[in-house]
Design a protein around this ligand. Structure first.
Ligand SMILES: Nc1ncnc2c1ncn2[C@@H]1O[C@H](COP(=O)(O)OP(=O)(O)OP(=O)(O)O)[C@@H](O)[C@H]1O
Ligand SMILES: [Mg+2]
Length: 384
């Protein structure tokens, strides 16, 4: 079973939209797929998928008096109207994931791993809570969704940084010398904030070569993938390079690029209709890009080790930039078609552009402010 956790640092960048639509696309391609809403406390995946408010979900499983038995877990894995697609609702009734105990989380992970399916898609909550990081680390190839704004890309980077630290702590194991070294750095807050992972790993190699080897091996296999959502302009695709470079330099990990998705007004119409966009408007540029993303996921499924070579990773970024150009052209053609068919009036188009302009101006101001703050805080670091 391939596990595809979908995370982001920042909220509202489209994780749930991506998770639901990829799950539908994979199931349409004949893959037995399970989609799990792990955004406990704020679960909304059922709305995107168009499933009527579920009575049971992960929350019920976690708090069930029957304990976390296999049977009680099976009862929260629901069939959907989509062939090959099953759904595990979250449960808004239950307090957030931050409140579940490690033992509950371990039970949940165990049950999730025992699911019989080709794909398990995990829709995670925003932020870098330890439970979220652990769900993300259930796969070496988790997907980080980001928007092209500075806040979103910075949060994507910070999410990955937290994931790497979590991975290292896990690899070192408690009571090891490597672990103690990390802890001493952590207690001396400043040195952990400024220390780069490559430097920390070098120190650990001398202190605890055995644990270093384990960590080094896990780091080499850790290949998160980036998905850039809410593009407005082909140039936005270049922002991915910045995250990639920061991850390489400060975290010593290679990030693959899974591609780009444009912002599309139709997405909120689809959401309002409770139909995933690839079902609502399969021909739209966004839907086609989602299908393309699902194809990329499936294209690596025969390979034992899904990691790409450096040259292939490089190619992924070029491809994403070309996709951004091509989709931009397709978007223009699509609008043209809507206008000529009368499905969209010129007035509506003008209104949409005006709305976008307002958003863009707001983001630009926010970006400038953050850049200023960051430049001060990091010298020539990330914001440089
Ligand atoms: N490509 C897109 N074009 C237009 N709207 C989009 C796009 N992707 C997502 N949205 C919209 O943005 C909003 C946030 O999306 P979504 O709920 O999927 O984000 P999320 O990352 O799961 O948020 P949260 O962190 O709150 O869970 C929704 O209204 C969704 O319809
Ligand atoms: Mg969500």
């Amino acid at each position: 079973m391939r596990i595809v956790p979908i995370a982001s640092g920042k909220g509202g960048v489209g994780k749930s939209m991506v998770a639901a639509n990829l799950a539908v696309a994979l199931s349409q391609a004949g893959r037995r797929t399970v989609l799990a809403d792990l955004d406990l406390g704020a679960s909304n995946l059922h709305l995107i998928l168009g499933v009527t408010a579920p009575k049971t979900g992960i929350g019920t499983f976690l708090s069930s008096s029957a304990g976390s038995s296999a049977a009680s877990f099976d009862s929260v894995v629901l069939d959907t109207d989509y062939p090959n697609l099953r759904f595990i609702p979250g449960d808004a009734e239950v307090p957030g994931l931050a409140n579940i105990k490690p033992s509950q989380k371990n039970q949940l992970v165990k049950r999730l791993l025992s699911i019989d399916a080709d794909y398990l898609i995990l829709d995670l909550g925003a932020g870098t809570g330890s439970n979220i990081l652990d769900f993300f680390l259930m796969s070496t190839h988790g997907v980080v969704v980001t928007a092209p704004t500075l806040t979103a890309t910075l949060n994507a980077y910070l999410f990955l940084k937290n994931a790497v630290f979590r991975l290292l702590y896990g690899a070192f194991g408690q009571k090891s010398r490597a672990f103690e070294h990390m802890e001493s750095l952590r207690k001396d807050g400043a040195s952990l904030r400024t220390a780069y992972i490559p430097a920390i790993l070098d120190q650990v190699r001398d202190i605890d070569p055995e644990r270093w080897a384990i960590a080094n091996d896990r780091m080499a296999r850790f290949r998160p993938r980036l998905l850039m959502n809410m593009l407005e302009d082909p140039k936005d695709a270049e922002k991915a390079q910045k995250i990639r470079r920061s991850c390489k330099e400060y975290l010593n990990i290679d990030i693959e690029h899974l591609g780009v998705l444009y912002r599309d007004e139709l997405q909120d119409v689809a959401l309002g209709s409770r139909i995933p966009i690839i079902r609502y408007k399969p021909q739209s540029v966004l839907s086609q890009a989602l299908y393309r993303t699902a194809d990329k996921l499936m294209s690596s499924e025969d390979e034992e080790d899904m990691s790409l070579s450096l040259a292939e990773i490089e190619g992924g970024y070029r491809t994403a930039e070309l996709e951004a150009e091509a989709d931009f052209g397709a978007k223009a053609a699509y609008v043209e078609e809507l206008l000529s068919s009368g499905a969209l009036t010129t007035g509506e188009l003008v209104e949409a552009i005006r709305g976008q302009q307002f958003d863009i101006d707001k983001l630009r101001r926010e970006n400038q402010f953050l850049k200023y703050k960051l430049a001060k805080a990091l010298g020539q670091g990330f914001a440089g």
